[in-house]
Write a protein that binds this ligand. Structure first.
Ligand code: NAD
Length: 256
């Protein structure tokens, strides 16, 4: 049995990395998918990949930090497919790698606007849509940096800790209305974001996998496909008793 047969799924930041892998996994497991991203090229490419695999997907361009664009993204989902069952609030940015005293207000504000305000705006619009059709399931992308500190990334760490709080509240407020909300906390995953962090940390002298692998007891970084398995499972009926949780998927990183 496929996990999310006939469901309608929305993934933000699905033009690359974990979001793209998640859109592909939702489609593989039977869902129709709205692929959203601030960048059209990557988003359209993800839609093409889903269609090449025989799936059904539609692209909607939106910046998750803007309330009107988030509203329009959810309205597009309902107009195209009739409802919203599963959502993955994945869009996020890493910000600038620097000690706190050197962080700028602009960088702090943008990280919080995308990572935290973005998840709040998405939750609000998604929950409103799901309440009309009797429920749904939502997964927010936190990070191991939502559970412990990561020197040099204070705005990112603050925003990811806050996502876990927002997740718990959304879960509590809507549990009786059939909406489950969870967050996941990945360790280093092989994407553009990790490449950018390695570039900022080493000036290009070390690849992300080389820099990050030793931090993980399992001895390597993870893949978007591995993370997408957890996201789609959390959105499926198999996870029917899981809500308000934050789940590490990190090769043992926070167990140390
Ligand atoms: P990525 O940079 O590879 O992809 C992020 C995608 O989000 C891009 O397609 C980008 O265009 C899009 N995006 C950026 N700002 C946006 C906005 N304002 N509105 C809509 N879309 C926007 O990153 P990734 O590694 O795939 O990360 C995805 C999520 O996973 C992020 O929330 C990130 O914080 C989280 N995460 C990543 C890692 C990792 O090691 N890669 C670890 C833990 C958590």
């Amino acid at each position: 049995m496929v996990l999310v047969q006939g469901k309608i799924a929305l993934v933000t930041g699905a033009g690359a990395g974990i979001g793209r892998a998640t859109a592909l996994k939702f489609a593989e497991e039977g869902a129709k998918v709205v692929v959203s991203d601030i960048e059209s090229d990557g988003g359209e490419e993800t839609v093409d990949l889903v269609r090449k695999n025989g799936g059904d997907a539609s692209f909607f361009k939106a910046d998750v930090s803007k309330a009107d664009e988030v509203q329009a993204m959810v309205a597009h989902t309902v107009a195209t497919y009739g409802r919203l069952d599963c959502a993955c609030n994945n869009a996020g940015i890493e910000g600038t790698l620097a000690p706190m005293a050197e962080q700028t207000e602009e960088s702090f504000d943008r990280v919080v606007a995308v990572n935290l305000r973005g998840v709040f705006l998405c939750l609000r619009a998604e929950i409103t849509a799901m309440l009309k059709t009797g429920g749904g399931a939502i997964v927010n992308l936190s990070s191991v940096a939502g559970l412990i500190g990561f020197a040099g990334l204070s705005p990112y760490v603050a925003s990811k800790h806050a996502i876990n709080g927002l997740t718990k509240n959304a879960a509590l407020e809507y549990a009786k209305m059939g909406i489950r909300v969870n967050s996941i906390c990945p360790g280093g995953i092989d994407t553009r974001m990790l490449d950018s962090l390695a570039e900022q940390a080493t000036g290009g002298s070390m690849a992300a996998s080389e820099m990050m692998a030793p931090l993980h007891p399992i001895g390597r970084i993870g893949t978007g496909d591995e993370v997408s398995n957890l996201i789609v499972w959390l959105c499926s009926p198999r996870a029917s008793f899981v809500t308000g949780a934050h789940i590490a998927i990190d090769g043992g990183y926070v167990a140390q």
